[in-house]
Ligand binder design. Structure first.
Ligand SMILES: Cc1cc2nc3c(=O)[nH]c(=O)nc-3n(C[C@H](O)[C@H](O)[C@H](O)COP(=O)(O)OP(=O)(O)OC[C@H]3O[C@@H](n4cnc5c(N)ncnc54)[C@H](O)[C@@H]3O)c2cc1C
Length: 404
């Protein structure tokens, strides 16, 4: 069977490796100048390639995704990478190569690919795709030779990703061809990214600070999502892992033109902040309101909070009236900001949206077109941070790559 794979990222290469196991002729079509470019940036250069803890709670809105994952799960991924020379290192369930180098994952996949007679077309663009009777015709061209060349395949696997980190290749350029094939997909929005918030004044003061805290997404007075962990403050808003985890909800609600409030509570893990602050007014060495934050939270963050409460940093503690003090307590408990936008695709690790799994059969074949398969992020599955998105790429690549 002639198998054409469009997209040489994690899911595409995984599907190629399994498609190669039979007597198939496999061709990978990639518009970048190299395969697996994105992998090098994953996990801060260390590649968190799966996670020991894995259930449906790690994937948004998708109980069916976990059913697929059960067929090639985290232990299968570890076993697979062991078999191609990668030793795992596990930290709090997060799985990395022991080398702590994402390049090891890329190299291992490429060395394994090198064992097979796979045709790799780099710098190559798919201009059109058609199905005539049982055969797919792809019109392709490359950066050097703009002339259209026709390729024919019995089976096609589309693994082009969506639009997260477009500079690494997944730039949405395949989406118009999906439209041509009459394949519907859900709106693609940035996820696992920072959030731009209002109150520039506060963020100017707090920029650069990292602090533990709770972050919640509030829409129409209801908490829609939340997480706890290290919050990272920047000049424009907030990022860090807990922010990444909830960012997809911000994207989705802003896309529906809803007002989205981001509520931070950076004292929730310390105790009753009213009591704590009351006690701190009695510390004999503390003179002014700025002193009250010393040793409690980061000094820049405290200055930002005082500003939000309209309290001067040099105000004598004894002169802080009850109303101002209660306002300060309230802000410490609930620092509310309006979300202006979730991060750009450039800075997002994955996307929400893509083709619904409902349109796929159990082998990830599109129900409407025989022998057209999909793998990876182009499908509407997004996981939380922690190795879940790459696990989805390995699982879906493994399933779509099987030649039955
Ligand atoms: C900075 C960063 C850090 C990340 N860290 C982690 C992590 O530690 N753990 C984790 O689980 N996930 C992580 N992710 C997410 C993970 O990398 C993705 O979920 C995963 O790579 C998706 O695999 P994919 O093969 O579907 O898409 P991609 O890896 O995006 O691959 C798609 C490929 O298709 C090619 N392509 C696109 N359009 C076309 C076209 N029209 N024609 C030809 N080729 C095309 C692209 O060039 C690319 O090579 C991270 C992502 C980023 C951006």
């Amino acid at each position: 069977m002639k198998v054409g794979i469009i997209g040489g990222g994690a899911a595409g290469i995984m599907s190629a490796l399994f498609a190669c196991k039979g007597k198939n002729e496999v061709t990978i079509i990639e518009h970048n100048d190299k395969l697996l470019k994105k992998i090098l940036s994953t996990g801060n250069g260390k590649c968190n390639f799966t996670n020991i803890k894995m259930d449906s709670s790690h994937f948004h809105n998708n109980d069916r995704a976990i059913k697929f994952i059960e067929r090639f799960n985290q232990y299968d991924s570890i076993k697979f990478f062991n078999s191609i020379g990668v030793v795992e290192y596990v930290k709090d369930g997060y799985v990395y190569p022991n080398s702590e180098q994402a390049a090891s994952i890329r190299n291992a996949l490429l060395m394994e690919l090198g064992r097979y007679d796979v045709k790799i077309l780099l710098n190559t663009y798919v201009k059109d795709i058609n199905k005539n009777s049982d055969v797919f015709q792809l019109n392709i061209c490359n950066t050097e030779n703009k002339n259209i060349k026709k390729l024919y395949f019995d089976k096609i696997i589309i693994a082009t990703g969506l639009m997260a980190a477009p500079k690494l290749g997944s730039d949405g350029s395949f989406l118009p061809l999906l439209k041509r094939l009459n394949i519907k997909y859900n709106t693609c929005l940035p996820a696992l990214c920072g959030i731009v918030l209002d109150n520039k004044n506060f963020f100017k003061t707090a920029s650069g600070v990292r602090a533990k805290g709770k972050i919640s997404v509030i829409v129409d007075g209801k908490t829609e999502a939340g997480d706890f962990g290290e919050l990272q403050f920047s000049e424009t808003g907030i990022s860090g892992i807990p922010t990444f985890q909830i960012s997809r909800y911000v994207s989705l609600y802003l896309n529906k033109n809803k007002k989205v409030t981001i509520r931070l509570d950076i004292f929730s893990h310390i105790g009753d902040i009213e009591k704590i602050l009351n006690n701190r007014t009695k510390i004999p060495s503390f003179r002014v309101m700025e002193d009250m934050g010393n040793g409690l939270i980061n000094a820049k963050l405290w200055l930002g909070i005082l500003k939000m409460a309209y309290i001067k940093a040099d105000l004598d503690i004894k002169k802080c009236d009850k109303k101002s003090f209660l306002r300060l307590v309230e802000i410490c408990k609930n620092m509310d900001f309006t979300a202006l936008k979730s991060g750009d695709f450039d800075k997002s690790q994955v996307c929400t949206g893509g083709i619904s799994l409902d349109l796929m059969d159990d082998n990830l074949m599109y129900k409407g077109i025989k022998n057209l398969y999909f793998a990876g992020e182009i499908l509407d599955v997004d996981g939380i941070c922690g190795g879940y998105n790459l696990q989805w790429a390995w699982t879906s690549g493994y399933i779509a790559g099987q030649v039955l």
